[in-house]
Design a binder for this molecule. Structure first.
Ligand SMILES: Nc1nc2c(ncn2[C@@H]2O[C@H](COP(=O)(O)OP(=O)(O)OP(=O)(O)O)[C@@H](O)[C@H]2O)c(=O)[nH]1
Ligand SMILES: [Mg+2]
Length: 465
């Protein structure tokens, strides 16, 4: 976090080691990493879910907590018809969580679903230790992994938006049962000061991000001007997106056995065997219950996904719940407005799970690869060529001999298959995408020429009959 957040916490809680909980704007990490915090996980199964789903989600939460630098030391389930508005779990369950926390000496309790600021505050009072939710853990990992200026700003903005409604007096401690005369007033004043400081920081970051997004827009406009297609790698975190990019383009981006290793979009040129050149972009990974603050903050980075001609959806075929991961990715694609971009499924890590025939038949047109070893990467190139070609149209154009500029344009924008001479000019057969075809409409010959709009006979007569 920026220098705005470096003032000291003042007092430390003797009965509590977790660094998180006060949200006073004083610590950048939500989980203390001077030691490995001991964490109890809590999952609640609502009527629309199953215990198995809760368990799978908690397994993933344990992985997230581990990535953030802490250890799971206990796990508690509850079935409820609805969350308790005050404490999320029931009061009795909260007591049970406290007992377990004492028994296993945990520092922090992490809930698998988002807690409201009030629930979080109430739970911390009951539990006597930090109560976090999945969102906080994911924000924490993003904060650790952000490296570019834009990535850092995006993550800090998401964190601030998460923390603002949760700001509480920094003088509050977990052992303290009430502020008492004298402690309350100054505490609240400090709270107001903190809040204003954070709001100013939010505005500053939003401003910075707007400028950075403008820059990117200029770059992407330049890319749009070329007729090169744009393809984006999307998928669940750790599925192998960066590895696929590296295999296809020697991009040399970081690929690691770690959740959310990639936060920044990296774009590389890729020349297909047929000669066509496209732009391939690696993007941030998705996960179940991705915090809305993060999706919002990363919106401009994710524009490459919305603007893409095609998505390569990389799936870890060896994951415990492949379909669940695919669904989570698609939900996020929907949330950012990219649900209509055509998608090719790439089933990766077939060295760990060679039997992907069921998946392949469920997703026609998909490819199986082991990206780490480069196995099947040629298949990805073939599918890219095929899919991109099917998005172009084979057309014939006639261009007068004195229009070298138009000839050059056709070569630039499309794939020229043949050129022959005729009385009236050069006759060219080429593959063009719909945009280029529109721009070159006046040169289209024969059946490709844009027809005048004539009402279909049945339309013309339907009114009078
Ligand atoms: N066994 C096996 N491991 C793979 C394969 N492809 C990638 N991996 C490993 O999976 C881990 C994640 O790969 P990345 O390419 O970083 O995955 P990503 O989808 O970019 O992940 P994030 O950027 O963190 O969302 C790395 O340790 C890779 O070495 C594969 O085909 N087989
Ligand atoms: Mg990556």
């Amino acid at each position: 976090m920026g220098d705005d957040s470096t003032h000291s916490t003042g007092e430390l809680r003797s009965d509590h080691r977790g660094a998180f909980g006060d949200y006073g704007g004083e610590s950048s990490g939500l989980i203390d990493r001077t030691f490995r915090e001991r964490i109890v996980l809590v999952g609640v199964t609502m009527p629309d879910g199953s215990a198995d789903e809760t368990d799978a989600s908690l397994d993933e939460l344990a992985l997230l907590v581990d990535t953030a630098g802490a250890d799971e030391v206990g796990r508690i389930h509850q079935r409820r018809s609805a969350p308790d508005p005050a404490t999320y779990v029931g009061k009795g369950k909260a007591q049970e969580i406290k007992d377990m926390s004492l028994a296993v000496d945990s520092d922090t309790v992490v809930f698998d679903d988002e807690l409201s600021p009030a629930q979080q505050g109430n739970l911390e009072k009951i539990l006597g230790r930090s109560a976090l939710d999945r969102t906080a853990v994911i924000l924490d990992i993003f904060a650790q992994n952000a490296s570019s200026t834009e990535g850092k700003a995006q993550v800090e903005l998401a964190q601030l938006k998460y923390r603002l409604p949760r700001l509480r007096s920094a003088s509050r401690t977990f052992s303290q049962q009430g502020g008492g005369i004298g402690t309350r007033g100054p505490g609240e004043t400090q709270l107001e000061v903190d809040r204003r400081r954070l709001v100013r920081r939010v505005h500053k970051l939003e401003d910075e991000l707007r400028k950075l997004a403008k820059n990117r827009e200029v770059q992407s406009k330049a890319r749009k001007k070329t007729s090169n297609r744009r393809v984006a790698l999307v998928g669940y975190t750790n599925a192998g997106k960066s590895t696929v990019l590296n295999q296809l383009t020697d991009a040399g981006v970081l690929a690691e056995d770690r959740l959310f290793a990639t936060l920044d979009a990296t774009t590389r040129k890729l020349a297909l065997p047929g000669g066509e050149v496209l732009f391939l972009t690696d993007t941030v990974g998705f996960v179940r219950k991705l915090p809305t603050q993060l999706v919002e903050a990363f919106k401009s980075t994710l524009d490459v996904v919305i603007d893409a001609d095609l998505l390569l959806h990389v799936v870890d075929a060896s994951a415990p719940d492949v379909q669940g991961n695919i669904d989570a990715v698609r939900r996020t694609l929907h949330a950012i407005g990219a649900q209509d971009v055509p998608e090719v499924m790439i089933f990766n890590k077939t060295d760990l799970n060679p039997d992907v025939s069921g998946l392949m038949s469920r997703f026609p047109g998909s490819v199986a690869v082991s990206a780490k070893d480069g196995v099947g990467i040629d298949g990805v190139l073939d599918v890219l060529s095929d899919r991109l070609r099917s998005m172009t149209e084979l057309v014939e154009l006639t261009v007068p001999y004195d229009r070298g500029d138009v000839l050059a344009k056709i070569h630039r924008e499309g794939q020229v298959l043949s050129e022959t001479t005729s009385d009236i000019g050069m006759v060219i057969r080429a593959r063009l995408d719909p945009d280029s075809k529109g721009r070159l409409a006046e040169w289209l010959s024969g059946a490709d020429a844009v027809p005048e709009v004539v009402p279909e006979p049945w339309e013309a007569t339907s009114e009078s009959s």
